[in-house]
Design a protein around this ligand. Structure first.
Ligand code: NAP
Ligand code: F7E
Length: 357
């Protein structure tokens, strides 16, 4: 009999890749999706198209803010493993929708954990919580590891802090196999377009095809530990395969600034950027042509910023045998290349590819 997995957030970047990975491992995969007025399954249609078409990937309508749907879906599917990836995951947006973010990202995991108990699956279902490096926020040590104190800097981070601790609490209180993956930023061609990496590679893809609109960004000096999403979802699966539940940092152990990401992405299309001015007046100029490529826009600054994040993945390496492979330059290059291809298709067909994928 195949193992049954339930993925919340299956329509997101990680959810789509995880669905593919688990199907390839022989799992029966179920996913929670939200009703939306426009199709929101473009990632699934790319990554698990056959299984969507033949119905072997089963989708259930639900919402992390709706306890009744959690109880129904967990009771109906009786999964061996639940991957709770659903979240309002945009840090800047969490300042605009703090209460909703608290409900979906903080109380959401609690609703799922209670649904497991109500279904009588406390010792049957293993639970993965998508925790985040945003928990470290205003960092207390560099690099950050599992024992580093938390200091979240956004409603998103604070909501995820509750999600983290309620997962630990249910493990300790009820003996549940419940674990946190404390994942540092992970990216790829399916990354949402409002996260800085995709925003940059999409703009560079457009520039490669002759578009002249400058890229507007916020804090160019923020530093992140960026890895490849497909490698990180393999880590999520490994965490649930351990005999004992526990919490793990997944990271590359390397840190780069937003500014560096821009420079490497533009180099990929043979543009060298020179920075001029300071603060909100800073601009990135093309060395060869003097054209304005990047502008700073204060609208993209956050009320409180996480200046740097750098993870120490030693525990994951030692206990899970997990480590990252794709380096920063290759990650950026692959994302730019994918966005150039996408822009070529858009310009050939006059459509946004996502509408049809
Ligand atoms: P993502 O692309 O933004 O996907 C989020 C998913 O959650 C989407 O499927 C979304 O559905 C769903 N969702 C949002 N609110 C929901 C609600 N109220 N009820 C049900 N589903 C809801 O995020 P991701 O990058 O794949 O990240 C996956 C998880 O890991 C998230 O929990 C995120 O916070 C966490 N995380 C991500 C990173 C990273 O670097 N990617 C790092 C650490 C932790 P729609 O498609 O309908 O919007
Ligand atoms: O910002 C700066 C911004 O939105 C990265 C989520 O997956 O990873 C992600 O959160 C940095 C920040 O990701 C723009 O201020 C500059 O310092 O790409 P981001 P994030 O906030 O790190 C963590 C681990 C998660 O858990 C989250 O779910 O880039 N930045 N200019 C900008 N950021 C954006 N979005 N847009 C800009 O124009």
């Amino acid at each position: 009999m195949s193992k049954i997995a339930l993925i919340t957030g299956i329509t997101g970047q990680d959810g789509a890749f995880l669905a593919r990975h688990l199907i390839d491992l022989g799992y029966e995969v179920h996913g929670v999706i939200r009703r939306s007025s426009a199709p929101n399954i473009h990632r699934l249609s790319r990554i698990v198209a056959p299984e969507l078409a033949n119905g072997t990937l089963k989708l259930h309508y639900g919402d992390m803010t709706d306890f009744s749907s959690m109880v129904r879906i967990v009771g109906d599917t009786r999964p061996h493993e639940i991957y709770n990836l659903a979240a309002q995951s945009h840090v800047a947006v969490s300042f605009e929708t703090p209460e909703y973010t608290a409900s979906a990202d903080g109380i959401g995991p609690l609703r799922l954990l209670e649904a497991i108990r109500i279904a009588g699956l406390t010792h049957h279902t293993r639970f993965y919580q998508a925790s985040t490096s945003e928990l470290y926020g205003k960092v207390h040590e560099i690099p950050q590891r599992e024992t580093t104190p938390f200091h979240p800097r956004s409603p998103y981070g604070v909501a995820k802090l509750y999600g983290y601790w309620i997962t630990v609490n249910y493990r300790e209180a009820y003996g549940m196999h419940a674990s946190n993956g404390i994942l540092f930023n992970h990216e790829g061609e399916l990354r949402g377009e409002l996260f800085v990496t995709r925003k940059i590679t999409k703009a560079v893809g457009r520039m490669a095809l002759g578009h002249r609109q400058p890229l507007r960004l916020g804090n160019l000096d923020a530093q992140r530990d960026w890895g490849d999403a497909q490698e990180y979802i393999r880590g999520m699966h490994l965490i649930l395969q351990q005999e004992t539940p526990d919490d793990y940092v997944l990271a590359t152990g390397e840190m780069h600034s937003v500014r560096e990401f821009v420079e490497v992405a533009l180099n990929h299309i043979d543009k060298q950027v020179v920075w001029e001015g300071e603060g909100v007046d800073e601009v990135g100029i093309c060395k060869a042509t003097g054209e304005r490529l990047v502008m700073v826009d204060k609208d993209f600054f956050r009320p409180a910023e996480v200046e740097l994040l750098l993870g120490d993945p030693s525990k994951a390496k030692e206990k899970l045998g997990w480590s990252h492979e794709k380096d920063f330059k290759h990650l950026v290059a692959d994302m730019v290349q994918a966005d150039i291809r996408r822009q070529e298709l858009i310009s050939q067909n006059g459509i946004e590819l996502e509408d049809f994928l």
